[in-house]
Design a protein around this ligand. Structure first.
Ligand SMILES: [Zn+2]
Length: 303
């Protein structure tokens, strides 16, 4: 699982940072969270292909989070995409995407499937799911959690040998969850398999003040990508506009016991981000402030 910080700036693009987009490479598939203007070109400069995006999750309809969609869907068509594209977002997404796909002389070469989501909804996918919760912004905004399905426990060769199960096809059957018999004895998978291991979890907040819903959604996440519009000294102002300071993002990360916190949606007022990072690190040590196009491999907690 690979996180790509496609655009990390808030509000409008600056020479340092493009506006918001976060991609998650899941095998051959890419999930995109928000799609600010210029996202497709940013993606071309990253390790993930924009043609591999299977689903786009839009947190809300402020321009810095969705204006890249029409360009992206048109480029996909010009590159002869055939696979359907799914787009999810808060109430109004279906209507908005309809408008975006009608812009200019453009006919998609593929199906664009759009679905409005409500807090608590979940999209079940192959091997993982994406769940959303209300964020606390000044317009309706959703935060998203990607959760891999638990993986089966580890097969214990030692236990299998102890029990006298011969190596070979019986091992594969037990690993596949089947009960087997040998020499008149019955063996169930739990006799040789360790406990199921949890999958990885990544949470993307969109724009938000710190809120209980996101704290709950982020619980135990391997990576939390959180709004950090300002440093601590401008916290009140950030909150008034429905945003968080880096310090507040760190407080929430500590409470939610996440493994790594990534600070994004950095206000264009900051050319230097040292203070933002320091304010967060004082509260929560495992924090990063990615630049555009930084990438992070998300490994399983138990190796
Ligand atoms: Zn916003």
């Amino acid at each position: 699982m690979r996180a790509v910080f496609v655009g990390t700036g808030g509000s409008w693009p600056s020479p340092e940072r493009n506006v918001m987009a976060f991609a998650l490479g899941m095998g051959r598939e890419v999930l995109l969270f928000d799609c600010g203007e210029g996202t497709q070109r940013q993606l071309m400069r990253s390790s993930v292909s924009f043609m591999r995006i299977s689903k786009i999750f839009v947190s809300h309809f402020h321009g810095d989070h969705f204006l890249g969609i029409p360009g992206l869907i048109q480029s996909m068509a010009l590159n002869d995409r055939k696979e359907p594209l799914e787009i999810y977002g808060p109430a109004g997404t279906e209507e908005l995407v309809q408008t975006l796909t009608r812009l200019g002389y453009f006919t998609p070469t593929y199906e664009v499937r759009v679905k409005d989501m409500q807090s608590g909804d979940e999209v079940k996918c192959d091997g993982y799911s994406v769940r959303c919760m209300d964020a606390s912004h000044n317009v309706p905004t959703l935060a998203f959690a990607v959760e891999e399905e638990p993986r089966p426990g580890k097969f214990s060769l030692e236990k299998a040998k102890e029990l006298g199960i011969p190596a070979g096809p019986l091992y594969s059957k037990l690993q596949a969850g089947e009960t087997v018999t040998h020499a008149g004895k019955t063996f169930t998978p739990d006799m040789v398999m360790g406990p199921p291991r949890r999958g990885r979890k990544v949470v993307y907040t969109g724009d938000t003040k710190p809120c209980a819903e996101i704290e709950e959604l982020a619980a135990g996440a391997d990576l939390l990508v959180h709004d950090a519009t300002s440093a601590a000294d401008l916290e009140e102002k950030a909150n008034a506009y429905g945003h968080s300071s880096s310090r507040q993002a760190a407080e929430l990360a500590a409470k939610a016991k996440v493994r790594t916190l990534a600070l994004v949606h950095i206000s264009p007022r900051y050319e230097e981000t040292g203070q933002l990072l320091k304010d967060a690190k004082d509260v929560f040590p495992n924090v990063i402030l990615p630049k555009d196009l930084d990438e992070l491999e998300i490994r399983l907690a138990d190796g």
